[in-house]
Design a protein around this ligand. Structure first.
Ligand SMILES: Nc1ncnc2c1ncn2[C@@H]1O[C@H](COP(=O)(O)OP(=O)(O)O)[C@@H](O)[C@H]1O
Ligand SMILES: [Mg+2]
Length: 408
């Protein structure tokens, strides 16, 4: 079971002279623009409810001004809510004393900023070690640890340089190393990659995913870029004008955008690149689980499929057709299924991107077998399911319209 690490309930944040007095108006449904026009107050966040599980990368996405930074600044109480509650590991952050809060910020959550936030007059190594210095760790220990993290992010040799001597990507690696160096369980990354060139940015995304596979931190990652969100997020929450319009897995968001706003974001995404085989694969139509031709033919005839996936001891062997089996049964060359009887069909893996398997999926006469690391048959990728990915949800096909009617 995954454990909830951060829980936000009924969170409102209104900026202005008398935020509490504006709350009833916001609660009764006034829009951000109306509130601003009538009262001069800015609605930062409106009724936010979400849970972040331990060990996941939780992405908060939205356009500039949608409230992303305001939201995560509540997590370590850099901002106080107008109403609502923020629990971290079951503790209400508003109940923390000043001392609790200091401990919490030093040990529990560290932050990586968009503009790197490095000290220009400190060497790279001293920037990385900064958090440990604040924690009171002695010099030799903290430098040793800082060096380890510098090596981990690929900056060995740069320890004695100053930030200005490094490229943007390298400076952000220093920022990341600094955040990781404190051993904080939670990383808050506010548009941490947004200032980087696309190529460097993509490298940083890869590195973050790679690091996370080893470290299993809880990472709250802010971005205004849906491609980035889809690439690195386990969960994505989408904000608009301070409201949470949708949260879910990347596939949820892509396949079932909740509002026109989300739909507009999703439109430009290359779905074939963003979706994996796992989301669209089906159960294989027919498993042939015997080695003898006679039995195999019987299994085939009982199904309405004219080919099947031969599986022995749970391990996938190959695709065999009814026609081949009939021929083999009528001759006297074969009693049992031999490798030479299989069709030539490529196998794929459930975490392959659809884009990577598209040519095979479309040109194959058979649904492609999806095989796991143990060689077991997990599913099959049907051509129709692949085609469905490209169907415009705003203009459903007749078949989909029927389905929707049935459902409602
Ligand atoms: N200290 C503040 N005082 C007044 N308004 C603020 C303040 N901080 C943020 N806002 C407003 O709150 C909204 C959300 O801002 P922010 O959280 O910075 O958005 P994002 O990080 O998504 O770009 C914006 O309309 C912004 O102008
Ligand atoms: Mg921001």
């Amino acid at each position: 079971m995954t454990k909830t690490l951060i829980k936000v309930s009924g969170l409102y944040k209104i900026f202005g002279a008398k935020p509490e007095s504006i709350l009833p108006m916001v609660k009764s449904g006034a829009t951000k623009d109306e509130v601003l026009a009538k009262t001069g107050h800015t609605v930062g966040l409106k009724d936010i409810n979400l849970e972040i599980a331990q060990g996941e990368i939780f992405v908060i996405m939205g356009l500039s001004g949608s409230g992303k930074s305001t939201l995560i600044r509540h997590f370590n109480r850099l901002i106080e809510p107008t109403a609502g509650q923020i629990d971290v590991e079951g503790e209400d952050v508003m109940s923390f004393t000043a001392k609790d809060l200091e401990e919490f910020r030093r040990h529990k959550m560290s932050m990586v900023f968009q503009r790197f936030g490095l000290f220009p007059h400190r060497k790279v190594i001293d920037n990385v070690a900064y958090g440990l210095e604040v924690q009171g760790l002695e010099k030799s220990k903290r430098l040793e640890k800082a060096q380890e993290w510098l090596d981990t992010v690929g900056l060995q040799g740069y320890q004695d340089q100053y930030p200005s001597q490094l490229s943007g990507g390298q400076q952000q690696r220093v920022g990341l190393a600094r955040a990781l160096c404190t051993d904080a369980e939670i990383l808050l990354m506010d548009e941490a990659f947004s200032a980087l060139d696309p190529l460097i940015r993509s490298e940083m995304q890869d590195q973050l995913i790679e690091l996370q596979d080893k470290l299993h931190k809880t990472i709250i990652f802010i971005t205004h870029d849906l491609d980035e969100a889809l690439r690195i997020g386990d969960k994505i929450a989408i904000l608009k004008d301070g409201e949470l319009v949708q949260q879910g897995t990347p596939d949820d968001i892509l396949l079932n955008p909740a509002t026109d706003y989300v739909e507009a974001f999703v439109k430009d995404v290359n779905r074939a690149r963003a979706l994996t085989v796992e989301t669209v694969m089906q159960k294989p139509a027919l498993r042939i689980t015997t080695n003898t031709i006679e039995e195999a033919l019987k299994q085939m005839r009982r199904s309405n499929s004219d080919y099947g996936y031969h599986v022995t001891d749970d391990v996938y062997q190959g695709v065999i057709t009814e026609e081949t089996l009939e021929e083999a049964a009528s001759g006297d060359e074969f009693d049992s299924i031999e490798p030479c009887l299989y069709e030539e069909v490529p196998t794929i893996s459930s975490d392959d991107a659809i884009e990577a398997v598209l040519p095979e999926a479309i040109s194959s006469d058979y649904s492609l077998p999806v095989i796991n690391e143990e060689g077991e048959l997990e599913g099959a990728l049907e051509k129709e399911s692949v085609a469905d990915i490209f169907v415009d949800k705003e203009h459903p096909t007749e078949k989909e319209e029927e389905k929707q009617k049935e459902a409602s």
